[in-house]
Design a protein around this ligand. Sequence first.
Ligand code: IPM
Ligand code: MG
Length: 377
Amino acid sequence: MTSSAVRVHRLAVIRGDGIGPEVIDASLEVLAAAESVFGFRAELTEISAGARHYLATGELWTPALQAQLREHDAILFGAMGDPVVAPGILERGFILEMRRSFQQAVNLRPVKLYPGVTTPIDGLTPDRCDLVIVRENTEGAYVGRGSTVHAGTPHAVAVQESVNTRMGVERVVEFAFRLAERRGGTLTLCHKKNILVEAGTLWQSTVDDVSARFPTVPVDYVHVDALCFYLPTTPERFNVVVTDNLFGDIITDLGAAIQGGLGVAASANLNLDGSGPSMFEAIHGSAPDIAGRGWANPIGAVLSTAMCLAHLGETDAARAIEAAAVHVLAQLPATAGPGMGFSTAQLGREIAGLLTSGAPVPAVPGYSVMDDLAALR
Ligand code: IPM
Ligand code: MG
């Protein structure tokens, strides 16, 4: 490729259900603005998937779809889940299959309180809340293994297994150490090793072993219940937190609440070995109750799109989108719902307009997960 050749990124776009299409539309508007300013090209493939597609075709995660997605550099994902399909069918049958099939081993979820955002934690300031949760993304209780006997009787027995492999744990722990090393911060293992002794021992011994390769990274441990106390009260205690799939699911919603709500929280589902595409999604779900009203905050999806660009090496675009989105976010009286004062689409246009206008926007203070993603590609 000559230096004048346009950088092309092939992105698969899965709008999905509920507010997914709205937040993706807003994100694509921002993406188009970033293309025009930063000189790369995003080649988009729209993928039909979600509740309506499932009802019409009976298809969820098919081999053909997998093969098609594999041809892409990354996936932008809206949301999935709709009351017309029984709970869990789409979530397990599509989202979890996607994370597992493409070995998206790390679910990277920043918990960053951006300036001007109202947090439910009285007195919390952005400088005290700037951490990343590294959630294991393919194992644990999410493998969907277990059994029920005597179902529907008073003698029903339900067994739900949590599977933890040394390989799966080690790759996410190693990623978390690399991240902590880059950020010059502490690596905290979050588990419940006093009770979940088998899994907890595997996690702790993996952290101990990997830590020998990262002598400059201080290591800490907290039980997951204690973390739920410390995260809202003293978030400054954490820089990089590594945890299992289920704990990570739970504590990242808590993190989202602290940083101003689910509409703000972004995530990257990272394949670490190049065997499949990574996937980028806001951490909110499909929120069918507010779908189609323009009340969804697209900033979590826009920041996820920026994370995607950072992962693809478009760091300048990623940082510019983050700065523009954060600048717009600071002006919102509420982080979701009609109280935002802007519709979902208007917010996309505001952020896109800010990018193309070239107007100066303050840099986002603190650590940049966009730089982290570019560096840890
Ligand atoms: C998330 C969501 C998903 C999860 C659901 C929708 C499968 O809650 O991304 O946090 O549990 O991982
Ligand atoms: Mg969740």
